[in-house]
Design a protein around this ligand. Structure first.
Ligand code: PLP
Length: 402
């Protein structure tokens, strides 16, 4: 029955994690995952999450099902974390999702069933799952890329982005933007550039989706990091329509709980009612109900002032350690006179930077030094520690100067 199924290419990221596990070299370093690790290269349980877990089990913990749009306190928390002062000025329909992936999937499914865009614009490069999610939802929606990263200068190609959208963008298209700490480049638009992006979306009638998976990782301050979203909420006298696909995997360290949210900002209550009905219909067919445990943890942290304070500290701890590792790797490469452009490692933000390595160099890093990066040359700073950073700098130096 299934003999004729065409061969599927296994997912590169997951395959790499498995390969890394079976590598027995004592100096091996995994610089591929988008999962925050601490100084001991272990997945970090945030102190705020630990305390919230205790606070929750102290209470009677029921295992009831959530309403159709998710655990209400999580949904309102997600709105506040995202929109803050703009919340009261806009009509926003929100639902809990199966992490950020689920939120991205849900908005793609929702749009394909409603406005039926002809084209979705993805950044070049982007998170490797964006094309998979959109391709999975609909083969009728054409995927196109807009220039984002200038590989020669390691800077944002804002002129290329704006001119491509101006020339080829059409009314009713969709664009996926990343709110902060862009994966894989670590490069975010300035506020001035965000204003230009907002303007071109309005001019061309392109519907923006913010993928917000790293709020708190760019500057250590979740409020700052969500500025582009609040800016869009106030554009055109508060009439711009857009969506936010939010993940709590990274900024709460709740990778396994699959917690996220989708927000759709509409012009009026009438559209919001229709949006809500479609979201409920899709949710019923796909998941019926949302996972509760992680949702209760996030809501507890946000509603207990001392835990919220601790969460802000946890975000600073994570972004601070990543900043420290950026500096150490940068300094290590400079001290070795490693050929390349390394200044951007200090100005990029979040977990990732593009190292400008060829696929051959990435393969040599893995084969000769047991240092694992994605084939694109994206390096995840979460895998670096005080103990291994010099070894990694040495390894990169060797593959570049071979
Ligand atoms: N969006 C981006 C840009 C990401 O990098 C990721 C995860 O790596 C996600 C969304 C999805 O995150 P999750 O589904 O783990 O919450």
């Amino acid at each position: 029955l299934f003999d004729l199924i065409p061969e599927e290419i296994p997912d590169g990221s997951f395959a790499m994690i498995e390969d890394f596990k079976t590598d027995s070299h004592d100096k091996k370093v995994n610089l591929s995952p988008g999962i925050y690790r601490d100084e001991n290269a272990k997945t970090w349980v945030l102190p705020s999450v630990k305390q919230a877990r205790v606070a929750r089990v102290d209470q009677t913990f029921d295992h009831d099902i959530s309403p159709q749009l998710g655990y209400p306190s999580l949904v309102s928390t997600a709105q506040q974390i995202t929109f803050r002062d703009t919340l009261s000025t806009r009509v926003i329909t929100s639902m809990q999702t199966i992490a950020g992936t689920g939120a991205n999937h849900f908005i793609a499914q929702f749009l394909s069933e409603t406005i039926q865009p002809k084209t979705v614009w993805l950044s070049a490069p982007s998170w490797e799952n964006h094309p998979k999610i959109w391709g999975h939802v609909s083969s009728a929606i054409k995927q196109r890329t807009y220039p984002y990263y200038d590989y020669q200068t390691s800077t944002l190609d804002i002129e290329g982005m704006i001119s491509t959208l101006r020339m080829d963008g059409s009314n009713g298209d969709v664009i996926v933007l990343q709110a902060c700490a862009h994966n894989p480049t670590g490069l975010d638009p300035s506020r001035e550039s965000w204003e230009r992006i907002g303007q071109i979306c309005e001019e061309k009638g392109i519907f923006p989706i913010f993928d917000s998976a790293y709020q708190g990782f760019a500057t250590g301050d979740p409020y700052n990091d969500a500025w582009p979203i609040r800016h869009f909420a106030t554009r055109s006298n508060g009439t711009m329509e857009f969506a936010v696909a939010q993940s709590f995997s990274k900024n709460f360290g709740l990778y396994g709980e699959r917690i996220g949210a989708l927000h759709i900002v509409t012009r009026n209550e009438e559209s919001a009612g229709k949006v809500e009905a479609v979201l409920k219909k899709i949710s019923r067919a796909e998941i019926t109900s949302t996972p509760s445990f992680g949702a209760k943890i996030v809501a507890t942290i946000f509603h207990k002032p001392e835990l919220k304070e601790q969460w802000y500290k946890d975000l600073k701890t994570m972004s601070g350690r990543l900043g420290d590792m950026r500096k150490r790797l940068h300094d290590g490469l400079i001290q070795r006179n490693t050929p390349g452009n390394w200044g951007h490692l200090l100005t990029d933000v979040g977990m990732f930077s593009m190292m400008g390595l060829s696929q051959k160099q990435v393969a040599a890093l893995r084969e000769n030094f047991h240092v694992y990066l994605l084939p694109t040359g994206r390096l995840s700073f979460t895998g670096l520690t005080h103990k291994n950073v010099e070894y990694v700098a040495d390894s990169i130096h060797h593959v570049i100067t071979l």
